[in-house]
Write a protein that binds this ligand. Structure first.
Ligand SMILES: Nc1ncnc2c1ncn2[C@@H]1O[C@H](COP(=O)(O)OP(=O)(O)OP(=O)(O)O)[C@@H](O)[C@H]1O
Ligand SMILES: [Mg+2]
Length: 161
């Protein structure tokens, strides 16, 4: 169903339609000339995610919004986040609570190992996977560690208010 009624722009649409995927296209022109309308019209013909990167938004917020947009499209989103309570961690399908530089090699290693497993066994893992339980475990693990660390800190008396 055509939602955007576009006048002209046949040549530009033709150029976009002839590109072989994947591609990067730069559309430029004067303000209000119809860049966004052209891109949206082209995207209307295919499954797409239109994500506007507002340079005034902090990267963290953009990432959160991107993850949420992917989830709305029904995509499986894997997030690596040190904070299990962050919006990204909470919205992802699979959250790895870790530092990204430490998690990535482990992720690659695990995926490589699981590649040889049979499909049914892998689907079994997926079916029983519960991200909320994983996040809850991560929060209680962090709480326990913080309590231990607090107990081991030197105390110089002080006043509790
Ligand atoms: N070919 C067209 N046919 C009909 N309406 C159009 C066409 N091109 C643009 N418009 C309309 O003109 C207005 C400005 O277009 P658009 O927002 O796409 O411009 P833009 O180049 O992306 O602007 P900006 O530089 O502000 O991002 C919109 O209301 C849009 O719907
Ligand atoms: Mg625009």
């Amino acid at each position: 169903m055509a939602v955007i009624k576009l006048y002209g722009r046949e040549r530009e649409l033709g150029l976009l339609r002839r590109l072989r995927e994947p591609f990067l296209a730069v559309v430029y022109g004067r303000r209000r000339v119809g860049k966004t309308a052209l891109v949206l019209k082209f995207l209307e013909e295919r499954p797409h995610l239109y994500f506007f990167v507002n340079p005034r938004k902090p990267p963290r917020l953009l990432l959160e919004e991107y993850g949420e947009a992917l989830r709305r499209l029904g995509k499986t989103v894997i997030a690596i986040d040190l904070n299990p309570l962050s919006r990204t961690a909470q919205a992802a399908s699979v959250t790895i609570v870790d530092n990204v530089t430490r998690a990535m090699p482990k992720l690659v290693e695990t995926v490589t190992r699981l590649k040889s497993w049979d499909r049914e066994r892998l689907l079994g893992i997926l079916r029983s996977y519960d991200n909320e339980a994983v996040l809850a475990d991560a929060v209680s693990h962090i709480a326990k560690r913080l309590t231990e660390i607090a107990a081991s800190l030197p105390r110089r008396g002080g006043v509790v208010v």
